[in-house]
Ligand binder design. Structure first.
Ligand code: SF4
Length: 713
């Protein structure tokens, strides 16, 4: 088999891009989606310049500055791989299509699964959901955003009837009198965001950070609460108890704009400050100071992130903070509210357009007959032909190759070998498949074990849209064509649908390259997305690429081209049947795996400044420092005979990791921290557990029980 360019069919031909010398676009990584300018030098090198955009205000972090280095990286894939060997696109497609047919004929349609990613553009996320339901006719599609945003999304939906990370523009954050951040380390994960925090403090605002580690974000705050891992829910209940006890609730707001207050009031009565101090380790005085700072502020904002959300009780934890915000009358009040900080690049848009197991475009529910009828109409298929809900991300990965589980999977924009919890087990599940197909531009750890790898374009080589953490739809613009031999995710889906003979009737595709009902052209896909989302919760019907260009992005919902976007939600009411926000009574509960004599320490995982997600991209950039490590407190280290830099083994009931020890006073003596960006023996997710939130199906990434020991040479 010899490598070759994709066959010159309409579906696989690369988009015909002009090759401008300079384009205004956005960073490929996190949900801040910093504005940047890409320039191609006469020698063909791509240079990055920061661009003044409302979110990053001319700032970039080191990940953004170095992002172009991957475009011409020597490890870039430029030919399909079949069983690890170079192949032609025709050979790869034939192998995939025959494999899919064989698996589905033998085991049924749901035996082929799809796994997407929160970094895919809106167009790709939309096309992937359609590809699964129309071309593969499988119920089994989910994505790695389930591991990122799902708890906040579920809590937002049940309280407000809508899930938009920030229901207000970021600029509001700098103007808050009191800001409470729970489990967010933006100083390292999205440094340009930290400018808003600095500005807020400089204006005299009070800033309170809740984190088991004294992160750079926590150290800069007015007050740092350092709870025992897994106790944020008790903390939130305790804060609301104090608000009630001190008569600080906004009774008029609760009466006019909410339901469910009485049950919540009764529940929080059991979380008196001394009990909450015992549960969380946070002193009563700090609890009281936090509650009063929020209640006495004219403008107060509460923000959660992965530290509060990546738990088997993540939905209830976020709900408890939303209850606190509602009791104080914050959501919908100018300059105030609750929000969550989305992490992945298109973590917001990626969860709106149908790559979730239970969802159709526009944030529609797949089991809603009206939603099915609308989307089926756009897709040109019979509503009854659409599958129902499939398995959630971890359950899907855990079912791979098992009796009754999927036997084949296509992966787009994800690297679950590194990023999934209980990763050794998930890797074995992936290996047990009859057919694993990965679309990527480098040989990620997941691609390395795939039967077929399809090399695809990078962010600077494709047009499309992303939706940032504010719900602002942005334009991603191509600087240059993808390298010879590579395809695009959209072209792959279109070609596979065509070869499978399952394209819908194509009525929905307007213009551009077409392959039946699937287009390889992002703009045509976006036009279809607009129709598919029309009337849904996440309504993009009025968003056009021209408007996005002209207006510095458009905030959804935007139901018509002659209507403005919606930067601020909830000013008039909530998108619930009665227009009121719903308070839901929740109770604290212990972590899924408590520490004991054998595993006496908590492990919490997270991110570092120089790396992004599974590290498949950033670990390949030489200028970005990296390498796994384990943080522990010097008191603990002394007790165990561990010095700074010693190689240590961390062991949980599921596996172990080996990495250098870092002694830091910024962590609790009962807790270890390890970044999850690394693979091999440094893989932190070898340790994490698979307890899932009962509603969001979010795994408990943020806490598990471990022991640590020095590794003797
Ligand atoms: S990684 Fe995030 S914070 Fe850093 S430059 Fe990119 S978008 Fe901005």
């Amino acid at each position: 088999m010899t490598p070759s360019a994709p066959p010159a069919t309409r579906a696989t031909a690369l988009p015909l891009l002009a090759s401008p010398r300079e384009v205004a676009t956005h960073c490929p990584y996190c949900a801040l989606q910093c504005g940047m300018t890409l320039r191609e030098t006469p020698e063909g090198r791509v240079e990055v310049a920061a661009r003044d955009f409302p979110t990053n205000r001319g700032g970039l972090c080191q990940k953004g500055w170095t992002s172009a280095e991957l475009l011409d990286h020597p490890e870039r894939l430029t030919t399909p791989l079949l069983k690890g060997q170079p192949a032609t696109w025709d050979e790869a497609y034939d192998f995939i299509v025959n494999g899919i047919r064989r698996v589905q004929e033998t085991h049924g349609r749901d035996a082929v699964a799809v796994f997407g990613g929160g970094g895919l553009t809106n167009e790709k996320a939309y096309a992937l959901g359609k590809f699964a339901r129309v071309a593969l006719r499988t119920a089994n599609i989910d994505y790695n955003g389930r591991f990122c945003m799902s708890s906040a999304a579920a809590a937002g939906n049940r309280a407000f009837g809508i899930d938009r990370g920030l229901p207000f523009p970021m600029a509001d954050i700098a103007e808050a009198d009191t800001l409470l951040l729970i489990g967010a380390n933006v100083a390292e994960t999205m440094p340009p965001f930290a400018r808003y925090l600095t500005e807020q403090r400089q204006r005299g605002g009070t800033q309170i950070v809740v984190d088991p580690r004294a992160t750079p974000t926590a150290r800069a705050a007015t007050l740092h609460l350092q709870p025992t891992p897994g106790t944020d829910l008790a903390l939130a209940l305790g804060l609301l108890h104090i608000v009630v006890a001190e008569g600080l609730t906004d009774q008029a707001y609760l009466a006019e704009r909410t339901t469910g207050w009485e049950a919540v009031r009764q529940t929080v009565a059991a979380y008196w400050p001394a009990r909450v101090e015992l549960l969380t380790g946070v002193p009563v005085a700090d609890l009281e100071a936090t509650a009063r700072a929020l209640a006495n502020a004219d403008r107060a904002i509460i923000l959660t992130a992965r530290g509060a959300e990546q738990h088997a009780k993540g939905v209830d934890t976020v709900t408890a903070f939303i209850n606190l915000a509602l009791a104080l009358g914050l959501p919908g009040r100018p300059g105030s509210g609750y929000g969550c900080l989305t992490g992945q690049g298109n973590g917001q848009g990626g969860r709106e357009h149908g790559q979730k197991a239970d969802q159709l475009p526009g944030y529609r529910k797949i089991d809603d007959p009206a939603a099915r009828a609308h989307v089926a109409g756009v897709w040109g298929v019979d509503p009854d032909s659409l599958p129902g809900p499939g398995l959630s991300a971890y359950e899907l990965l855990d079912a791979l190759g098992q009796p009754g589980g999927p036997k084949a999977m296509l992966v787009f924009g994800s690297n679950p070998v590194v990023s999934a919890p209980r990763a050794a087990r998930i890797t074995e599940r992936l290996r047990s498949l009859d057919l694993l197909i990965v679309c990527d531009f480098v040989l990620s750890e997941t691609a390395a074990i795939a039967d077929v790898v399809l090399p695809v374009a990078q962010w600077a080589e494709e047009d499309g849209t992303m939706t940032n953490l504010e719900g602002r739809v942005l334009r991603r613009r191509a600087l240059r064509k993808p390298p010879p031999g590579t395809g695009t995710d959209l072209a792959v889906m279109a070609e596979l649908a065509s070869r499978l003979g399952r394209t819908g009737d194509g009525r929905s595709v307007a213009g551009g390259e077409q392959s039946g009902g699937f287009s390889a052209e992002p703009r045509a896909v976006f036009e279809e997305l607009r129709r598919a989302t029309a009337g849904g919760v996440a309504d993009y019907a009025g968003v056009t690429w021209e408007r996005v260009d002209a207006e510095n992005g458009v905030f959804w919902p935007c139901p018509a081209a002659d209507r403005a976007g919606t930067p601020r939600l909830f000013e008039e009411g909530f998108p619930t049947p009665d227009g009121r926000a719903r308070l839901i009574a929740v109770e604290h509960r212990p972590v899924a795996e408590e520490i004991d004599a054998e595993y006496p320490l908590y492990l919490t995982t997270g991110r570092v400044l120089a790396q992004y997600q599974s590290g498949a991209q950033t670990r390949r950039i030489a200028a970005l420092p990296g390498g796994p490590f384990v943080e522990l407190n010097p008191d603990l280290a002394e007790r165990l005979g561990i010095d700074d830099g010693d190689t240590v083994r961390v062991v949980s009931r599921r596996g172990e990791m080996i990495a250098p020890a870092r002694l830091v006073t910024t962590i609790r003596p009962d807790t270890l921290f390890a970044p999850f960006h690394y693979s091999g023996m440094g893989r932190a997710n070898s340790l994490t557990g698979d307890a899932l939130d009962p509603i969001s199906r979010m795994p408990e990434f943020k806490v598990c029980a471990v022991r640590i020991e020095p590794v003797t040479p």
